[in-house]
Structure formats: C-alpha cells, structure tokens
Design a protein around this ligand. Structure first.
Ligand code: S3P
Length: 408
C-alpha cells in the first residue's frame, strides 16, 4: 500500500524511462537480424524483460546491462525450438508480437502468462495467423496457446481493431510468408514496427491515409545501433501532474513525440494546457522533444475517433485530467480499454467516483463533469500499472491522503 499526499508545489526536471513498445520491438527484430543489435535506453520493465527471456529460450544470446542491451542476432531462420513454455508474464505486447514470429518457425511452441494476461483476448492474432497457414491451439481464445508454425502464405488482412499489436503480429509473420503481406486498420495505430523494420533493412510500404502497411517476405535484416527515446506513455503522468497541480513547472526530457503516439499532447492543447516543446529532434528514426509543462486552468473536451489509438494507454490519466478540468469531457470510441491489463473503463470510473468525481462509464468511454474538488481515498488498482500511476497523479491535487493498493 502506498500513501500519497496533496502537494502545494511541483517543480523539477525528469527523464522518463525508455519507450516500452520500441524496447520490445528492438529485442524481437534484433533476434531475427544478422549481427549485433545494441539498444541504448532500453526499458528495464518486467514486460520487456519477458521479451528478453522468451528470445533467450529460443537460443538468442542477449546481454543486458541496465538500459544497455546487446542482442547477438543470428538471422531470420535461426531461432531454436524452446525446451520450455514461453512465459510472457503480464505482457500483451510480448505475446501478440512474438506469436507472429512463432507462426513462421518450423517448430511448435507454447506461450503462457500471468493471471491477468491469461484472460486477455488472443483470437485477434489467432485469426490472421491461421489464415496465413499456422495451426494454433487455445482453449477459449486466451493463453496458454500452442503455435505450430511453418511456411506461411502472404495475406491482405483487414483488421477489425486498430491495434498495433495485431498489425505487428501479422507483419512479423509476413517476414516468413511466400508473398507480400498487408494489414489495413480502421484507424492508424502506433507505427514503431514499420519504422524499425525499415531501419533493419526490410521492405515496407505504408499508406497512412488508408491505414495500410505492406511488408515483403524474407528480408535480410541487419543488426542496428538503436537509441530508445523516452516513453510518452510514462511522460503522460508527469505532464498531467504538471497541469493539474498548483504552482507546477516541470521539464520532461527526451520524450518520443511520434504522432502515432502523441494524441495526449493534442488533447492537452484542446483543454487549454500550457506545454512548450524544446529541442525537437530525430533519434533512431523517432521524433523526440523535451517538454515543459506548467499549472494550467483546463476545460473539458471531446476525445473520439481516429485519435484514440494514438492515446489509448493514456486514457486513464486523461480521465484524471478531465476530472480536474472545468466542464464536461466526453471520451468515446475507446471500447478497447475493457481488454487492457484491467477493464479500464470500469476501474477508472470506480476510482474517480470514490475520489468524489462526477463520472459515468459508457460502453466505449466516459462522461466526466469535472472541476469539483477531489478527496483522497483508497484506490483499487486491480494490479494494473497504468491505474496505479494515474491515481498517484490524481492524489497530488486531492485533499487528504490517497492510498494505492498493490502499487508495486
Ligand atoms: C502496444 C499497442 C497497444 C498498447 C500497448 C502496447 C504495442 O495495444 O495498448 O500498451 O507496443 O504495440 P493494442 O495493440 O492492443 O492497442
């Protein structure tokens, strides 16, 4: 149990940890590439460590020294059959991306995960992989799942969800197919896989206007030197803290502002938040900036449509921001929140209500009538990291103490 108290002033400078999505992809593509890949600024979170452990079990030598990781890749067809079950822990990204790679192997493998991951939907990757020719066993569309891989067929997959995990899974499987593989999504999801595939030497065609990506099979991937920028999904907590706290002025350094991830920055602008970009630059193919954020008087907005995939992980903390903004905020088109590490629609609603906020859960989001003072209470995280972090931020401007369960 962690206890957080209201603050009267919040000032300082922070460099957030490396981007989770890019760290996972670096491990996976580094394992399939020829020669060494060096990742600087790798996120040493449990999820990314699960990716390292799974690829080690498939015979890849990976050296891990803090945020510096070296992957001794052997080439596209050099993974070995794992002698144990692959444990993805709590990581949906490890599971879904790796399943695309496993589908292209001439061996069988089984992936499992923790209690939470074993309840999350995998049918969304099973369907396209089976269409490509893999045979997959899973009792109810959840983990554990056993993948019998082999030579795959290229497909043109129309994805029913805007999910970078699904898109990346299919594109990774496409590396092992007998022809080109494409994915068309209902809206553009984060594009780190496409950017990184290109960086490693694969041939990738993108048509962002039509939410379309195509990959050619059998590329020669070459090991890369990659600097992982700071994760905007981690910066989001400090951004919102700076906006909602009194007398706040925070400099957040080295933040990835890739437009397919930076939806929260547009929402902050729409809500009247004060943010300034400093030193915009490109790092390993990704847009990066330092961001200064100051206490702001925020007002409600509507968050909906194509922007949702660009801020899907930030919606819990955006809901917190809306609770401190005057007027109404409506968040819709975000039903995907129900299948994250917790059902984030119900968990955010339950906790914000407990703090005194006027919030209603809808089928695909929330209606929040903000601007009322919030008070500390006991927060139930349901073991979801983004709920713990969002409510640690909410606590900073709430009266009294906020206790957060299972924050570790
Ligand atoms: C991720 C994609 C998103 C996101 C997750 C990381 C990725 O999931 O929520 O935290 O790295 O591809 P979906 O693909 O399910 O939207």
């Amino acid at each position: 149990m962690y206890c957080i108290k209201e603050v009267k002033k919040l000032r300082g400078e922070i460099t957030v940890p490396g981007d989770k999505s890019i760290s996972h992809r670096g491990i996976m593509l580094g394992s399939l590439a020829e020669g060494d890949t060096r990742l600087h600024g790798f996120l040493e979170g449990a999820d990314c460590l699960s990716s390292i452990s799974c690829f080690k079990k498939m015979g890849i030598d990976i050296e891990h020294d803090g945020s510096d990781v070296t992957i001794h890749g052997k080439g596209l067809h050099e993974l070995k059959a794992p002698s144990e079950i692959l444990d993805a822990g709590n990581s949906g990204t490890t599971t879904r991306l790796m399943s695309g790679i496993l589908a292209g192997q001439d061996f069988s493998s089984t992936i499992t995960g923790d209690d939470s991951l074993r309840t999350r939907p995998m049918k969304r990757v099973i369907t396209p992989l089976e269409e490509m020719g893999a045979t997959i066993y899973s009792e109810n569309g959840c983990l554990p799942m056993t993948i019998h891989g082999g030579k795959l067929h290229g497909i043109d997959y129309i994805s029913p969800v805007a999910s970078a995990q699904v898109k990346s899974c299919v594109l990774f499987a496409g590396l092992f197919a007998d022809g080109k593989t494409s994915v068309t999504e209902p809206a553009v999801s984060r594009n780190h896989t496409e950017l990184m595939l290109k960086g490693f030497g694969a041939s990738v065609l993108t048509d962002e206007k039509n939410h379309f990506v195509q990959v050619e099979p059998e590329p020669k991937l070459i090991g890369q030197e990659i600097t992982v920028p700071g994760d905007i999904s981690s910066a989001a907590y400090f951004l919102v803290a700076g906006l909602i706290c009194q007398d706040a002025d925070i400099l957040i350094k080295n933040v990835n502002i890739n437009p397919t991830r930076a939806g929260i920055l547009k929402v902050i602008e729409a809500m009247g938040g004060s943010i300034t970009y400093l030193d915009r630059r490109t790092v390993s193919g990704e847009e990066v900036a330092d961001i200064e954020v100051k206490s702001s008087s925020l007002h409600g907005t509507t968050v909906e449509g194509d922007i949702i995939p660009a801020l899907i992980d930030e919606l819990p903390v955006i809901a917190v921001m809306a609770a401190y903004a005057s007027g109404q905020t409506v968040i819709r088109d975000a039903a995907e929140l129900k299948v994250k590490e917790s059902d984030r629609i119900s968990v955010v609603t339950e906790n914000l209500k407990a703090m005194g906020c006027d919030i209603t859960a809808t089928d695909d989001g929330f209606i929040i009538n903000g601007g009322q003072p919030l008070h500390g209470t006991e927060i139930k995280t349901h073991k979801d990291h983004r709920i713990a972090m969002s409510f640690a931020v909410a606590a900073l401007n709430a009266s009294g103490d906020t206790e957060i369960d299972d924050a570790e």
